[in-house]
Design a protein around this ligand. Sequence first.
Ligand code: SF4
Length: 85
Amino acid sequence: MSKESFKDYKTRKIKEHRDKIPRNYRKTYDRAMTGRSIRAAINSQCIECMGYARVEVKNCVSPQCPLFPYRNLKSPDFDKDNTPS
Ligand code: SF4
């Protein structure tokens, strides 16, 4: 049995992951995986993190997450500096 190349491993893993993503979020994932859109990567990761519930991304209150500063969110429970009000 031949060892799988890293390129084949990567292609397989991306396909396996993509197949689990709801169809309406696959374009964003595809854009993220080109490596040319940090915004698509953040959006794709955040929507996955919140179980593909868009409203939950908007309501994310996990300031300890490294992506949180990049969300540019306005939560009613947080002031404009994203500190608890
Ligand atoms: S910023 Fe919030 S929604 Fe995005 S990955 Fe982090 S915890 Fe999840």
